[in-house]
Design a protein around this ligand. Sequence first.
Ligand SMILES: [Zn+2]
Length: 314
Amino acid sequence: MSIFNKLTEAVINELDYAGMTRKQQSVTKLFPPFQARKQKLVDNGGLVLVNQFPELWQFKVPSGTKPGVEYDVYVHFFNIVPSLKKWVPARGLWNKDETAIDYRSLAAEVLFDIDIKTDCSCPADTFWGPEYIKTQYKNKSGGVSAQFGDDEDRAPRVRNPHQYGLLCKHGAYVVEKLPMFTSTFAKWLKDFYSDDIDKMFIAAQQEWFGIQKAAGELGKAEEEQPVAFAKGGKHVELPKEVGPEEKSEEPEGGGAVGAVKPKPKPTGGAPKATSPEEEKGKTKETPKGLTKATTPANTPATKPATRKAGPETK
Ligand SMILES: [Zn+2]
């Protein structure tokens, strides 16, 4: 319950994933072996996500130096609803039928977009600068810091005078591993925010369907044109393809003369004359070309045509 008190009291402090990662990179100027020491956390068992609340995840992370000691790392996801409002209407995150949001895709975007605050219960978080730096750090949303919980206003003048880094080993380890929790994040969104997401999705869906309906007339017109054009091409070109092949065989056998009359010109000519005609015929008439032309025009053309019409009408 104290967690929720912390949440209500912490009015501040936001920073997104990329911003945290960038700021954290300078920590090796303070602790060159930082990454190696962080690896010991993995050797000692790694992190465990022990609790999920509407805005907060709690991890247990082992100490790298003290066997059996664990620290609590809190990750506070901030400005969740604004981020959802930004991403739920993105149709690229909907399922193929556009009947529902794809939570996994949504989670992947939101996780890297929302602001994050952290706190760790280890001494380093307090005494080596992270809490002070997080408190000071300005972020894209205009909040004050990325420190979850109580602010720390005492600068680490002795231990970390240049204020390198942003997170302790445990916090850094959790933030580094957050992308591996994208599926968990998706389920968490579904558990705690599905009502909001459903409303946002339905509104976005209705708006999109409305655009599609308004564009219906244009969409039909675009569909009819390419289909008619493709059909005309087929009828004209198909007989040509059969003709020249038969001609070359017929003259040798000395078969029907009447039928050959229109065709003699190409056959009578040297290979040069036949080759250009055949090439033209092949490029236009080959079964491959026909099937390609017909199938896209008939079947999938309906969906692309309407989609194209949408943005134009806007
Ligand atoms: Zn820590």
